[in-house]
Design a protein around this ligand. Structure first.
Ligand code: CU
Length: 697
């Protein structure tokens, strides 16, 4: 049943306005219910926000007979109790956010990174019905263990790879032939079912013992070496490439990188349907990505920060300063790729996972080389213990690799006998990047864009090199088009508890209120007496300046601004009592001091069981917005900071729609084609004001 709310915010009583609405809903059994608003009850109070609740007669149309069943007439007080309730932040998430808060602040660390780190460790906790896990049989796990044992030979107590040592190169440095061979091996691995086994290893206890601590580096090192060995059983010429995304950040828009083309990883947005891994699936459905909406790629400066340290304790979680922690630098790459990569339990189902982690391992290797050569520290024994943390203990058996202890991941035999790294490409004026896919510009290697995948890049490069001795000359950088970064909508996977179906979802309207970020100004001016006043941009009125909040929130270094003023606020819902994630964005106007916009965010439909979810929001620069909840009983409506965790029940009045269309119609009371007032009934508002305050107290 629908209830109707009217807002009367006029100073003059404007009670004449009567909105009625009639619509047809179809319930679960296919019985169509005609709801008609027949009466309007109004309350008037001076200069106050007034809600008029219209309650109708519901006619149940059944077998052709109209049966009048109910007349409900509830006259609400100013703000009736809604079906969305504020919840406290789940304690595990709260304590993680608190812990980080003591170590850093949102002026030093990008808020989204902090939230992502804590949210993922919270969502990775084993739950009672963990359908997100692979659920492999004992037989399959035995097979995996056999594969691992077959991967190595013990020589005088030292494990060595059966296929011998190899060299890992940057992904773009592979020749076309080598790259195709690598792709082919991954495809074969998938066909044999082994890829799935590997992807499923990155679940369960591994999420605890292989993340948020010292063992992160070692565990993933062993994991990658074994994965690489599995590829080499298929093709012994193959080595695992690393994806050096610091190169992609040299592009104005890293989402344009050739990595996201059919020549490399396939498309970066929506269902992966181009390239070598087209139409792949995860254990939960289609392989999907949404590159560039959330998170960030690690910048060269992050790498040099890490390399300024000598001891493992400074570069492993929790670390004294988060900037230097390799794991924390690695985290935002996951949501940057999005889709499967953004959930730790599904991440390894995207083949790019292994290239990302090879990069992480490469950075660690650079750190280890420096430890030995500059700091005189032995990296194989510099294993900090985390007091009170048993999963990361040096002598604990390594999860899924029982022949190793955690500390064995730090042993030097990996770099001595298993693999080496070819340094990431660099260039000079005379010497190009050594790859047809990289352009030398000002001594920096910049990747080509996805568009160039269609051109025979390699042939042109070889030709140019034959003539000039360097492939540099024909290489032009594409101008950055800031407009395009905003235009692709997000494809959600609509998974709830392992099943993808729109019918399982409901949509909650959320209001976003944003304030102008301090640094924005636009080249438009006021005119007086035929003269442009160049002192102040048109949108910056001095009388408004006092309202601008100078919070100096830390933002991503590669954060780009659109000269039109169009900005994006990205909202996310993550299930607490169900498994499901939904992302949506809204376009905001950063020319204005303050503005508002609306987002309809998907959550599990609460029809059968109350829905509990965490709603969070951030802008493209990674600055978090403050969730604010409606203060019940306030008049006019007041909002106060809250956790963003909400419980949604189907109780009256319903604050969500079963479809996006329903949700829009609930907010906007359309009279024919004319939009009516929107009912002021947002239970949750996201305030993005850059005030420098921590959103979670
Ligand atoms: Cu991992």
């Amino acid at each position: 049943m629908h209830l109707f709310q009217l807002t009367n915010s006029c100073t003059d009583p404007c009670l004449g306005a009567i909105f009625a609405e009639s619509r047809r809903d179809t319930d679960q059994n296919g019985i169509s219910i005609l709801l008609e608003a027949i009466e309007l009850v109004s309350i008037l109070s001076n200069n106050r926000l007034i809600f008029l609740e219209i309650f109708g007669v519901a006619f149940l149309e059944m077998r052709g007979t109209l049966l009048s069943i109910t007349l409900v007439a509830l006259i609400g007080s100013v703000l009736v109790s809604g079906r969305i309730e504020e919840m406290p932040m789940p304690p595990e998430l709260q304590s993680c956010l608190k812990l980080i808060q003591t170590k850093t602040s949102v002026t030093d660390t990008v808020g989204e990174d902090i939230f992502f780190t804590c949210l993922n460790s919270f969502l990775s906790q084993p739950k009672k019905n963990d359908i997100e896990e692979c659920n492999l049989s004992e037989k399959e796990w035995k097979k995996f263990e056999r594969l691992i044992n077959q991967s190595m030979i013990m020589v005088a107590g030292v494990p060595k790879p059966r296929s011998g040592i190899r060299t890992r190169q940057e992904y773009r440095k592979l020749t076309d032939k080598a790259r195709n061979a690598f792709h082919k091996a991954v495809i074969e691995l998938n066909k044999s079912g082994e890829f799935k086994l590997f992807a499923c290893v990155h679940q369960g206890d591994v999420l605890k013992s292989g993340h948020n601590g010292t063992n992160f580096l070692g565990w993933h090192r062993v994991y990658l070496a074994m994965y690489e060995e599995a590829l080499r059983r298929i093709d012994p010429t193959v080595a695992l490439p690393y994806w050096d995304y610091t190169l992609d950040l040299e592009l104005e828009d890293p989402t344009k990188s050739v990595v996201w083309s059919p020549c490399f990883m396939g498309n970066g947005r929506g269902k992966v349907n181009t390239g070598p891994f087209a139409n792949w699936a995860t254990h939960l459905g289609n392989l999907e990505r949404n590159i560039g909406f959330s998170g960030s790629l690690t910048h060269k400066s992050n790498v040099s920060d890490i390399l300024s340290k000598c001891r493992t304790k400074d570069v492993t979680y929790p670390g004294c300063d988060r900037r230097f922690v390799i794991e924390i630098n690695h985290n935002p790459v996951h949501p940057w790729v999005g889709g499967a990569m953004s959930g730790f339990k599904s991440a390894a189902f995207d083949p790019v996972f292994f290239l990302h982690h090879a990069m992480v391992d490469y950075i660690w290797q650079l750190f280890r080389d420096r430890q030995r050569d500059v700091c005189y520290v032995d990296p194989s024994t510099d294993y900090p213990n985390m007091p009170g943390e048993k999963y990361h203990a040096a002598n604990r058996t390594m999860d899924r690799f029982p022949m190793f202890k955690n500390i064995d991941g730090y042993a030097s035999y990996w770099e001595d006998h298993w693999y080496k790294y070819e340094p990431s490409p660099t260039c000079t004026y005379e010497q190009d990047c050594g790859s047809a896919w990289l352009v030398c510009q000002g001594g920096v290697c910049i990747p080509k864009t996805a568009e160039e995948c269609h051109i025979n890049v390699t042939r042109a490069y070889t030709k140019a090199k034959a003539i000039t001795g360097s492939g540099n000359i024909f290489l032009e950088k594409k101008p950055y088009d800031p407009g395009t970064a905003l235009i692709t909508p997000i494809q959600n996977n609509f998974f709830i508890n392992g099943k993808a179906d729109m019918k399982l979802w409901a949509f909650v309207p959320i209001q976003v209120i944003y304030m102008k970020p301090t640094a924005e100004s636009f080249p438009v001016y006021r005119v007086y007496n035929d003269k442009l006043d160049l002192n102040q941009d048109f949108y910056n009125y001095p009388e408004l300046n006092k309202f601008i909040i100078h919070g100096h929130l830390k933002e991503y270094s590669n954060c780009k601004r659109n000269p039109s003023g169009a900005n994006q606020i990205i909202l996310e819902s993550n299930g607490i009592n169900y498994l499901g994630r939904y992302i949506e964005y809204t376009i905001t106007d950063s020319r204005l001091l303050v503005g508002t916009s609306m987002v309809y965010i998907g959550v599990k439909n609460p029809e059968f069981e109350n829905t509990e979810a965490i709603i969070s929001a951030h802008d493209r620069c990674g600055r978090m917005c403050q969730p604010q909840c409606l203060d019940r009983g306030s008049n006019p409506a007041k909002y106060r900071p809250c956790s963003g965790a909400i419980r949604i029940s189907p109780a009256s009045p319903k604050m969500y729609g079963n479809t996006l269309g329903d949700a829009i119609m609930d907010v906007w009371h359309l009279w024919g084609r004319d939009p009516g007032n929107f009912a002021n009934k947002f239970e949750l508002v996201m305030v993005c004001n850059n005030d420098g305050e921590w959103p979670w107290k």
